[in-house]
Write a protein that binds this ligand. Structure first.
Ligand SMILES: C[S@@+](CC[C@H](N)C(=O)[O-])C[C@H]1O[C@@H](n2cnc3c(N)ncnc32)[C@H](O)[C@@H]1O
Length: 211
């Protein structure tokens, strides 16, 4: 099987220096839309700590820091994206390299876990979701915002187009697909909406009592 993880790393290591500035598709355009939506969702939400998985250059944490003081953690596969994030010297923030399927944090640790425009790169989506569930506290929330489609178009992307691409894109689905995956991972889905065209947000809550 193609090494999607390695392709993502190479792709984003190359993009890092210009990612924030290049406000176009395949750079930060969709990320800025998703991050603004996540920040809006969290505007009046109480939390002490938050982990952003696939944080890239830390754009979301930059926004959230202006909005609320808390302990922020940003994790990303690409050393170069993390280097740019660290150079922003954001307060109360730790950026680290790592993989979405193996989060270096204890169980039941975070109030909020976010993932903006990154999930479609994971060649292990179920494992990444299980990790999100593990590190969240009971009642903690998982906010996943991404770009994607469903139906036959998704099948064509996932089985024909993505295997030919070199950007590390692994699989596409829409808000219903993510919602179904969250339910399978034992989350309660508490919000699910389209932001703009193919960009959506789904929010899952880790239940207090896991059945
Ligand atoms: C399109 S960027 C989005 C960055 C940021 N979240 C935003 O919205 O601007 C996707 C990010 O996901 C990261 N990524 C891809 N696969 C990953 C994985 N398996 N684990 C952690 N991060 C990953 C990439 O390195 C990249 O920085």
């Amino acid at each position: 099987m193609k090494d999607y993880e390695m392709l993502s790393k190479i792709h984003f290591d190359k993009q890092a220096k210009i990612y924030d500035q290049k406000n176009t598709i395949y750079y930060s355009k969709e990320g800025k839309i998703s991050c603004a939506d996540i920040a809006k969702y969290l505007e009046n939400y109480e939390y002490d700590n938050l982990l952003d998985v696939g944080t890239g250059t830390g754009y979301l944490i930059e926004l959230l820091n202006k909005q609320k003081s808390a302990s922020y953690f940003g994790l990303d596969l690409s050393d170069e994206m993390i280097k740019i994030a660290k150079n922003k010297k954001l307060p109360n923030t730790i950026f680290l390299t790592g993989k979405a399927n193996s989060l270096p944090f204890p169980d039941n640790y975070f109030d909020v876990l976010t993932c903006s425009q990154s999930f479609h790169h994971y060649p292990y989506p179920k494992e990444a979701m299980a990790e999100a569930f593990r590190v969240l506290k009971p009642n903690g929330i998982y906010i996943l915002s991404d770009t994607g489609i469903g139906g036959i178009a998704a099948w064509i992307d996932n089985n024909i187009i993505f295997p030919l691409m070199k950007s590390g894109d692994y699989f596409t689905t829409n808000k219903n697909g993510i919602s179904k995956m969250m339910i399978e991972a034992k989350f309660n889905v508490i919000a699910k909406y389209q932001i703009k065209r193919f960009i959506y947000t789904v929010v899952g809550e880790k239940p207090l009592i896991i059945k």
